[in-house]
Ligand binder design. Structure first.
Ligand code: AMP
Ligand code: MG
Length: 473
């Protein structure tokens, strides 16, 4: 059943807007695996293409452009909101789970400012593959159900094909939704938004003495878990503004993101981020800063000291999630975890040597423990690597079969690297969606090595410059 509980329960948190039809739409990609998970009885047919291009709606949907604000690169901006996307409504699956459906590129809204309300094929493909890649790794993320192209041209740095993306998420509420209502001093609406969020997304907090504080605690933990995945798998979000932070801790709003190739802790790919505010290694501290903005926004509802205390838990939560993931990736077990200092040393070693972030994890996974020191010739500082191996050997379970099974199941062989995305986009812009289908399939099983996916298993050529991405999407 299609429903519209956000639009119905929080009608003041946005504007009712209908999609603006997009000319001559065509199918680019359909995510059948996600449709199956959602138990959504749809296929990529003409009727669904009508919804994708803004000429039809599923019965029960009541589109709304959500209003929010946010801190962008540290500066306050009250003038934000869905400027080119609409929350169409939800799909309530037979098991009782709600899946929000948001059409990105649906046309202008009252929050479009000077924008055209559209999305382009290039960035929609990047969002489709990026979000499905993180999901494939087990990381919390919004999902991508469908992608349609159009003959309509949209001007960015050059003319590009227009497109729409159907994004699916458990919630589209951002930190910026709360910041907006706090800024307007609309305390009743802030209360209603918080109650809505708790009721639908954090029902476990309802019975607590202070549901607002419990809710913030849960957001802190879920955000920490998301960031831990980014840091353990080499993902750089690129624009961690508070309007791009999901209240449920799902990776949200894919713009100039990139997965690392070379291990560079201070990597920045977004060329508008000249100061490196959102560099790879800054992400945990930025998340904490963003959570502090959220706590401030909730302050009219309860004692600020309790909120501030909840946020200080971020570090502890983050370390727990992060070392848990790295421990798994390097073959430790919950019973015999590898010491955090040794996990840190591994990444420090990769960084010092300028090694690829992903390949060595997989090479280690393919070897019995006793053979790890044999890779020493691949390191300039071989003694440092040998010493790390010696210490790991002392700390790790000797059961190679079990360890290898674990490591092969969490160290990807396919990563949504920027040069792969570029290959797929270049083909799609010429009307060939074969590479897109192939990379999408590989990213859905990132731990499976297959000959037909060999191209997607490769790192970029050593001489290739790092990607330089723009915010314009
Ligand atoms: P983003 O950089 O995608 O996170 O967007 C920041 C803000 O600008 C949000 O409020 C978007 O809705 C809005 N925006 C981005 N691109 C467009 C566009 N082409 N047309 C209208 N609004 C846009
Ligand atoms: Mg955004």
């Amino acid at each position: 059943m299609f429903t519209s509980r956000f639009a119905t329960e929080l009608p003041n948190n946005g504007s009712r807007v209908m999609p603006t039809p997009l000319a001559q739409p065509y199918w680019v990609c359909w995510n059948q695996a996600l449709a199956d998970t959602m138990q959504l009885p749809l296929v990529a047919n003409a009727q669904v293409l009508g919804v994708m291009s803004g000429t039809a709606l599923f019965q029960g949907h009541d589109p709304i452009a959500q209003k929010y604000a946010g801190h962008q690169f540290g500066g306050w901006n009250p003038g934000l909101g869905d400027g080119r996307g609409l929350l169409l409504g939800e799909w309530l699956d037979p098991a009782g789970v709600y899946w929000e459906m948001h059409l990105k590129g649906a046309g202008k809204t009252p929050y479009s400012r000077f924008g055209d309300g559209r999305a382009v094929l290039r960035s929609s493909i990047r969002e489709f593959l990026g979000s499905e890649a993180l999901h494939g790794l087990g990381a919390p993320s919004t999902r991508a159900l469908a992608l349609a192209g159009s003959s309509e041209q949209v001007y960015r740095e050059t003319l590009e094909s227009g497109a729409t993306l159907m994004r699916v998420a458990s919630s589209h509420i951002r930190f910026g939704h709360f910041e907006w209502l706090a800024y307007c001093q609309e305390v009743d609406q802030l209360k209603a938004l918080t109650a809505f969020t708790i009721k639908h997304h954090f029902p476990g907090c309802q019975g607590s003495d202070n549901p607002t504080v419990s809710f913030l605690h849960a957001v802190v933990d879920q955000t920490a878990r998301m960031i831990a995945y980014w840091m353990a798998y080499g993902f750089v979000h690129g624009v961690m503004n508070t309007d791009n932070m999901s209240i449920v801790g799902e990776t949200f709003d894919y713009g100039p993101y990139a997965f690392l190739d070379e291990t560079r802790p201070n990597a920045v790919y977004n060329h508008t981020d000249a100061e490196g505010r959102y560099a790879f290694n800054q992400q945990p501290s930025v998340a904490l800063w963003n959570l502090q903005r959220l706590a401030q926004a909730l302050a009219p509802l309860t004692e600020p000291q309790l909120l501030a205390a909840a946020v200080t838990d971020f570090d502890k939560c983050y370390r727990q999630h992060y070392y848990h993931l790295l421990n798994q990736r390097l073959g430790g077990t919950p019973e015999r975890p590898i010491a955090p200092a040794l996990l840190d040393e591994w990444l420090a070693l990769l960084a010092a040597e300028g090694q690829d972030f992903h390949i060595f994890f997989r090479r280690l996974a393919n070897l019995p423990l006793s053979a790890w020191p044999g890779l020493e010739d691949d390191f300039i500082d071989a003694p440092r690597y040998t010493d790390w191996c010696r210490r790991i050997l002392e700390q790790t379970e000797a059961n190679d079969v079990q360890r290898q099974h674990q490591m092969l199941g969490c160290n990807p062989v396919t990563v949504a690297r920027s040069h792969h995305l570029q290959t797929v986009i270049a083909a799609a812009q010429l009307g060939d969606f074969g590479p897109l289908e192939s990379l999408f399939a590989a990213l859905q099983e990132p731990f499976s090595e297959r000959t037909e996916w060999r191209e997607w298993h490769q790192a970029p050529a050593a001489a290739a410059p790092p990607p330089n991405l723009s915010c314009s999407s």
